[in-house]
Design a protein around this ligand. Sequence first.
Ligand SMILES: N[C@@H](CCC(=O)N[C@@H](CS)C(=O)NCC(=O)O)C(=O)O
Length: 97
Amino acid sequence: MQVLTPADLKSDKKVILYGATHCPYCSKAKALLANLNIEFEYRGTDVSAQFEQEREALGKHLNYETIPMIFVNNQFIGGNSDLHELHEKGGLLPLLK
Ligand SMILES: N[C@@H](CCC(=O)N[C@@H](CS)C(=O)NCC(=O)O)C(=O)O
């Protein structure tokens, strides 16, 4: 499998979220981003084989197994709980500047 690191991710959005349709943690993470008016690129792993392959490669590289996988400015910040924690500590919005 291709080695993929966060630096390989290309998007015109600063936030990329790998998720799937019936994943409650993905929905929660998407809702927080939407409530904060943060634009993000959603990459549905259940609708795109390419996104699923990317998620798998990134998961291997980062030793992370669950979705969502959330990246901000080419930095892996974790999943839904990490996103909420980062925001509650005031660390999310500064990352977007
Ligand atoms: N702590 C993680 C939990 C995420 C989680 O459990 N996601 C589920 C889908 S909703 C998953 O990937 N399950 C597959 C697995 O555990 O391997 C978060 O907050 O994002």
